[in-house]
Design a protein around this ligand. Structure first.
Ligand SMILES: Nc1nc2c(c(=O)[nH]1)N[C@H]1C(S)=C(S)[C@@H](COP(=O)(O)OP(=O)(O)OC[C@H]3O[C@@H](n4cnc5c(=O)[nH]c(N)nc54)[C@H](O)[C@@H]3O)O[C@H]1N2
Ligand SMILES: Nc1nc2c(c(=O)[nH]1)N[C@H]1C(S)=C(S)[C@@H](COP(=O)(O)OP(=O)(O)OC[C@H]3O[C@@H](n4cnc5c(=O)[nH]c(N)nc54)[C@H](O)[C@@H]3O)O[C@H]1N2
Ligand SMILES: [Mo]
Length: 755
C-alpha cells in the first residue's frame, strides 16, 4: 500500500514559497518554547524559534537543543507508519500491519469484554507524560472514553515530585510553595538544592531570571553530588553531597541556626508549630519538638555539623558557613530540585528544606522562597474537554505494577483510596504517549517478565510515534502524530506566565492519527461518538479554549487569528507573586490543620510509624543508602538525572542529540582507578536486579562513591536480555517511599566492572 506524506528533498523545493507556522512541543520537559516550522509544499524544511519580544524583562521563549532537533523526530525513518497487531509472544516485538478499522474494532471489543468480565476498575490508563501539556493528551482521550463506558482505575500523584507532593502540604498545607521567578531579582543568596535548571530548564523563563539575579549580586550555591551545568554556569560554589543524605546537612544547618541564635524568632513564634517544647500540639511530649531533636535531648545525639559530616560528606566548617550565610543574607531563596526527593525517604528532604526556610523567616517575603515542592500558578488557559470517572478507586501511580500483580490484595495502608478493596487486578492498559510500561518505571526486568504473562494484563494498547521498549509490549500498536501534525495550545509547567500556540504545520504523515480522532472512532462502536466529540474537531476545541479563556480568565487574551500569528501570549502582572505572602501578613491562615507552618505534624505523628514517617522533617538513613550494609556488596550509590539531550526517553533515537550529548555514565577518577577503568571504557553496572552495559566518562565532576547515569536511554537488550544502552531502570527498585508511595528511582546501590 502506498504511504501518504514523507519528506521531500530540499532541492525540489528551492522555488516554492515558504510559510511559517508557529507551533509548540507539549512533551513533558521542564521548558515550553516557541517552535516556528518553515513549511514548503507540505514539508517542514527548517525550524526557528521565538523572536517575538525583547529581553531583559520579558524573556524570549527560545528553543534549546531538543527544540531545535524536532525535525529529526518528525521525519525520522523509524516513525510508526500504520496500525499493527502483535503476532509473536508479547514483548518479542513481532507485529503485523492492520487497517485502522481492525485496530479500532479490536480495541472497542476488548474494552467491552474486559469491562464486563472483570469490572470497569480492571481498566487502567498508565502514567504517560509525552503529551502532558496540551489540550488533548491521548491519555485523557482514553480516560474520557473509559469514563463514558463504565470507568477505569484512577491513579494519583506523579513520578516527578511524588514524595514532595505529599510531604509539602504536611508543612504548608499546599504544594504551591513557590514564587514567581521575577521575585528572585530581590534575593541576595540562593541555594539551589539538587536543582539543575541549566539542563532540566524548570520553565523556560527561569534561566533568564537566574542570570539577572546573579548580575544583581545574588550569591548562588549549588548542592548536588554532580558538578552540574548549573554549577558550571551560575554557581559561586558547588557543594557535593552524598545522595539520600541531604537531611543530615539540613539538620546540622538548623542546629547551627538555632544554637547560634540566627533564627527568626518573631517569625517562628508567630507562624510555626513544633519548634520547641512550648509550641507542641496537644498530647505530644515536649521532647518531640524540633529544637529538642536538634539538641539531641531525646536520642542523645546532637545534630551538629560534625555529626552530619560523617553522614553526608560535606565538611563541618562548610555546613556552618552555609548555615550562617543563608540565615543572615535576608532575603535568601532556598530552591529545591526534585532529584533529592526521588529517593527512598524523599519526603524528608522536602520538609527539611521547608523547615530551613521557615526558621530563617524566608517564607512569604519578596526575594525569599519557601522551599518545598515549589509550585505556583497564576496563568494558563481553559481546558474545555472534561469528563467524570464513575469509578472512585485510585492507586498511587508508582504502584501500577503491584495493582497488576496483586491489585485485589491492596489495602488503604498500601495507598488504595476510594474503596477498601479492588474487585480485580489490572487487566487492560492504555499506554498513550508514554514509555512507563517498560522504560521509565523501576526494575525493568521484573516489569517485562510480568507483562510477558498474558494471563496477567490481558490487553495492552500503545500509541506512540516510535517502536519504543514499551511499544514492543503492545497488543495493538497505534501510530500517533507529532505536534507538527495537529492543532493545540502548549501550556508551560506551572512556572510560566505565558502560553504558546500549537499550529498544525503539516498533514499527518503516513497513516498516523491523533488520539482524539482515534478515540472518537472507538466511541462510535459504543454509539457515543457525538457525545465524545461534542460534534467538534481538535481545531474547534482550540478555538473554544481561546474564547473561554478570553471570557473567563483574561480579556486581553488574543483572538485565534492573533494568537496563531504571534505564536505566544505573555500574561502580565503588576508585581511578583510571593508564595504565602497573605499568610505571613496575617490575612489568612496556612491551610494546615493548625493554621500554622507545621514543623511538627500531628497528622504524621498519629500515623504511629515514627521511624519511617517521622512527624518532623529529618534525616532517615535510606535503604540502599550509604549506611546500608548492602554497601559492602554494592559500594557505589547510583543516581540518574534529567539529561539535556532528551526529554526522559523521548529523543533517545535522535542522532543529532546523541552527537551533542551521548549516553554515558559518570564515575569519579578514584572509583574508576580502583576498578581499572579509563575514560571511554565500556563497563558493566550491576546489582541484584540486573545489569547494563555503558561507556564511562571518568570525571571529577561527580563525587567519589557515586555513579551517575542520565535517565531515559531506551532499554536495548541483546539476545540474552542484557541492556547494551545504559537504561538505568534495569537497576532501580519498585519499593515505594514510605509516606507518598512514590518512586525512589535515584536510591540504588550498584557495582561497576570494566567490560
Ligand atoms: N532536559 C530535560 N529536562 C527535563 C526533563 C528531561 O527529561 N530532560 N524532564 C522534566 C521532568 S518531567 C521533571 S520531573 C524534571 C525533573 O527535575 P529534577 O528532579 O529537579 O531533575 P533531576 O535531574 O532528576 O535532578 C536534579 C539534580 O538532583 C541531583 N541529585 C540526585 N540525587 C540527589 C541527592 O540525593 N541530593 C542532592 N542534593 N542532589 C541530588 C542530580 O544530580 C541532579 O543534578 O525535569 C524536567 N525537565
Ligand atoms: N531512573 C529514573 N526513572 C525516571 C525518572 C528519573 O529521574 N530516573 N524520572 C521520572 C519522571 S520525573 C517522569 S515524568 C517519567 C517520564 O516518563 P514518560 O512519561 O514515559 O516519558 P517519556 O519517556 O518521554 O515517554 C513519552 C513517550 O511519548 C512519545 N511521544 C512523544 N510525543 C508524542 C506524541 O505527540 N504522540 C504520541 N502518541 N507519542 C508521543 C515518545 O516517543 C515517548 O515514547 O520518567 C520517570 N522515570
Ligand atoms: Mo517528571
Amino acid at each position: 500500500m502506498e504511504e501518504k506524506g514523507g519528506p521531500h528533498t530540499a532541492s525540489t523545493l528551492e522555488d516554492t514559497p515558504e510559510t511559517i507556522v508557529s507551533t509548540c512541543s507539549i512533551n513533558n520537559c521542564g521548558g515550553r518554547c516557541v517552535i516556528r516550522a518553515h513549511v514548503k509544499d507540505g514539508t517542514v524544511v527548517r525550524l526557528s524559534t521565538d523572536e517575538s519580544v525583547e529581553p531583559p524583562l520579558t524573556p524570549q521563549m527560545r528553543a534549546c537543543i531538543r527544540g531545535r532537533g524536532y525535525r529529526k523526530m518528525l521525519y525520522h525513518p523509524d516513525r510508526l507508519k500504520y496500525p499493527m497487531k502483535r503476532v509473536g509472544k508479547r514483548g518479542e516485538g513481532k507485529f503485523e500491519r492492520i487497517s485502522w478499522e481492525e485496530a479500532i474494532e479490536t480495541i472497542a471489543s476488548q474494552m467491552k469484554r474486559i469491562g464486563e468480565t472483570y469490572g470497569p476498575a480492571s481498566r487502567y490508563v498508565n502514567y504517560a507524560s509525552g503529551q502532558s501539556w496540551g489540550l488533548f493528551s491521548g491519555r485523557n482521550m482514553a480516560r474520557k472514553l473509559l469514563a463514558m463506558t463504565g470507568g477505569y482505575l484512577n491513579y494519583r500523584n506523579d513520578y516527578s515530585s511524588g514524595a514532595a507532593n505529599i510531604a509539602t502540604p504536611y508543612t504548608y498545607g499546599t504544594n504551591n510553595s513557590g514564587s514567581s521567578f521575577d521575585s528572585l531579582l530581590h534575593t541576595r543568596y540562593m541555594i539551589l538544592w539538587g536543582q539543575n535548571p541549566a539542563e532540566m530548564i524548570n520553565s523556560t523563563p527561569y534561566m533568564h531570571f537566574l542570570r539577572e539575579a546573579k548580575k544583581r549580586g545574588a550569591k548562588i550555591i549549588v548542592i548536588d553530588p554532580r558538578y552540574t551545568d548549573t554549577s558550571v554556569g551560575f554557581a559561586d560554589e558547588w557543594i557535593p553531597i552524598l545522595p539520600t543524605t541531604d537531611n543530615a546537612m539540613m539538620d546540622a544547618m538548623a542546629y547551627v541556626i538555632v544554637t547560634e541564635n540566627l533564627y527568626d524568632k518573631k517569625f517562628v513564634d508567630r507562624h510555626c508549630l513544633g519548634f520547641d517544647s512550648g509550641q507542641m500540639p496537644e498530647g505530644v511530649p515536649g521532647k518531640e519538638s524540633l529544637k529538642s531533636y536538634l539538641l539531641g535531648e531525646k536520642d542523645g545525639v546532637a545534630k551538629t555539623p560534625e555529626w552530619a559530616e560523617k553522614i553526608c560528606g560535606v565538611p563541618a566548617a562548610k555546613i556552618k558557613e552555609v548555615a550562617r550565610d543563608y540565615a543572615t543574607a535576608k532575603p535568601a531563596a532556598l530552591m529545591q530540585g526534585w532529584g533529592p526527593q526521588r529517593h527512598a525517604y524523599g519526603e524528608q528532604v522536602i520538609r527539611g528544606g521547608a523547615q530551613l526556610a521557615s526558621l530563617t523567616g524566608n517564607v512569604g517575603k519578596l526575594g525569599g522562597w519557601a522551599a518545598g515542592t515549589g509550585y505556583w500558578s497564576r496563568s494558563g488557559v481553559v481546558y474545555p474537554i472534561t469528563f467524570e470517572n464513575p469509578v472512585k478507586a485510585s492507586i498511587p501511580c508508582f504502584l501500577w505494577t503491584q495493582a497488576v500483580e496483586r491489585g485485589t490484595e491492596l489495602t488503604p495502608e498500601d495507598g488504595l483510596e476510594g474503596v477498601d478493596k479492588l474487585d480485580s487486578n489490572i487487566k487492560m492498559i492504555f499506554n498513550i504517549a508514554g514509555n512507563m510500561l517498560v522504560n521509565q518505571h523501576s526494575d525493568i526486568n521484573k516489569t517485562t517478565k510480568m507483562l510477558e504473562d498474558e494471563n496477567k494484563v490481558e490487553f495492552i494498547v500503545v500509541s506512540d510515534i516510535f517502536m519504543t521498549p514499551s511499544a514492543k509490549f503492545a497488543d495493538i500498536l497505534l501510530p500517533g502524530t507529532t505536534f507538527f501534525e495537529r492543532w493545540d495550545i502548549g501550556v508551560p509547567w506551572c512556572y510560566g506566565d505565558y502560553v504558546v500556540f500549537g499550529g498544525k504545520a503539516i498533514e499527518p504523515l503516513y497513516e498516523c492519527r491523533n488520539e482524539y480522532d482515534v478515540f472518537a472512532d472507538i466511541a462510535a462502536h459504543f454509539g457515543l461518538k457525538e457525545e465524545f466529540t461534542g460534534g467538534k474537531t481538535m481545531l474547534d476545541w482550540v478555538k473554544v479554549s481561546i474564547d473561554r479563556t478570553r471570557e473567563e480568565m483574561d480579556p486581553d487574551f488574543p483572538s485565534f487569528e492573533e494568537f496563531s500569528q504571534k505564536g505566544i501570549y505573555q500574561f502580565s502582572f503588576e508585581e511578583p507573586l510571593v508564595g504565602f505572602k497573605d499568610q505571613v501578613e496575617g490575612k489568612i491562615p496556612f491551610e494546615t490543620p493548625s493554621g500554622k507552618i507545621e514543623l511538627f505534624s500531628k497528622a504524621l505523628w498519629d500515623m504511629n510509624k515514627h521511624d519511617e514517617i517521622p512527624a518532623l522533617g529529618k534525616y532517615v538513613p535510606a535503604w540502599e543508602g550509604p549506611e546500608d550494609p548492602l554497601k559492602e556488596k554494592y559500594p557505589l550509590q547510583l543516581i540518574s538525572w534529567h539529561y539535556k539531550r532528551r526529554c526522559h526517553s523521548t529523543h533517545d533515537n535522535n542522532p543529532w542529540l546523541e552527537e551533542a550529548a551521548k549516553q554515558e555514565m559518570w564515575l569519579n577518577p578514584e572509583d574508576a582507578k580502583a576498578r581499572g577503568i579509563k575514560d571511554g571504557d565500556r563497563a558493566k553496572v550491576f546489582n541484584d536486579r540486573g545489569e547494563i552495559y555503558i561507556d564511562v566518562k571518568v570525571t571529577a565532576k561527580i563525587m567519589p562513591g557515586v555513579a551517575g547515569i542520565p535517565q531515559g536511554a531506551w532499554f536495548t537488550p541483546d539476545q540474552t536480555g542484557i541492556d547494551q544502552r545504559g537504561s538505568v531502570n534495569v537497576l532501580t527498585a519498585q519499593r515505594p517511599t514510605s509516606l507518598a508511595k512514590a518512586n525512589p528511582q535515584l536510591t540504588n546501590l550498584v557495582d561497576v566492572k570494566k567490560a
